[in-house]
Design a binder for this molecule. Structure first.
Ligand code: DGL
Length: 276
């Protein structure tokens, strides 16, 4: 793991990127757990969704997103997008000079710690499911665990539309989850930035016996652990500043993003990425 070695780097911001708005669920958990840490968020709203794109394309986008955030002198990079984590994390970790945290490993670790029956369900975008990144990470920790996966592409537009708790969302969730439910898993990983906002509906469909793992929460825990182990938690005790950049439509980002991040999201600037 890379160390942050520069003097005074503890007060630099944390960089977070996602394909769009969904990564605000991860940012929101980071802000809850680390209220004094400044952050810079990039949502690639011009090119969302990543979930249905090829690995090659997502890797290219991820490097362009990271390059933009590195210009803001960040101390640590969080890849909030599950699809980008699944496809690009290893390469980002190898090539960047700062530590990188993805959402797959923390989510997988949390699921392994919770399951008793050793049957874990994983839901995510088509890309995340196709990559088998969660299954591989879970099986690296425990080869005896069986995973059951399902891509739920319609969950993303439902959340973007604000339809997180209505009849349509419930119908879609029933359709997507019935197979996994019948298998009798005891743990379900919400392997996509948007899914934590559908927790109530997913819980309704899966029942109380299935524990839902929120990768966003687990990732915030990992960020805190990494920063504190390397002595890089900020020493400031003033309210954090959160800066937001998007590659398209800042107004829409603010309007929809408030559902994810609340009133602290009042301003977003247009970002120009190299290669965009
Ligand atoms: N951020 C993506 C993820 O977590 C979901 C939206 C998209 O497909 O880009 O995989």
């Amino acid at each position: 793991m890379k160390k942050i070695s520069e003097k005074n780097s503890a007060d630099k911001p944390i960089g977070v990127f996602d394909s769009g708005i969904g990564g605000l669920t991860v940012l929101s958990e980071i802000a809850k757990l680390l209220p004094y840490e400044n952050t810079v968020y990039l949502g690639d709203t011009a090119r969302v969704p990543y979930g249905s794109k090829s690995k090659e394309t997502v890797v290219r986008y991820a490097f362009e997103d990271a390059a933009f955030l590195l210009k803001h002198d960040i101390k640590l990079l969080v890849v909030a997008c599950n699809t980008a984590s699944a496809y690009a994390l290893t390469r980002l970790e190898k090539q960047l000079h700062i530590p990188v945290v993805g959402v797959i490993r923390p989510g997988a670790k949390a699921a392994v710690a919770v399951t008793k029956t050793k049957k874990i369900g994983v839901i995510g975008t088509e890309g995340t499911i196709k990559s088998s990144a969660y299954t591989k990470t879970i099986n690296t920790a425990d080869r005896g665990i069986k995973t059951y996966t399902s891509a739920c592409p319609l969950f993303v537009p439902l959340v973007e539309e604000g339809w997180t708790n209505n009849k349509i969302a419930l119908g879609v969730a029933k359709e997507y989850l019935s197979e996994i439910k019948n298998i009798g898993i005891d743990t379900l990983v919400l392997g996509c930035t948007h899914y934590p906002l559908l927790k109530d509906i997913i819980n309704k469909v899966m029942g109380n016996k299935v524990k839902l793992i929120d990768s966003a929460e687990a990732t915030a825990g990992e960020v805190k652990r990494m920063l504190s182990e390397s002595g890089q938690l900020t020493r400031r005790k003033t309210e954090a500043r959160h800066k937001f950049f998007v590659t398209d439509s800042p107004e829409r980002f603010i309007k929809v993003g408030k559902k994810f991040f609340g009133v602290r999201l009042s301003k977003a600037k247009l970002a120009r990425l190299e290669g965009n």
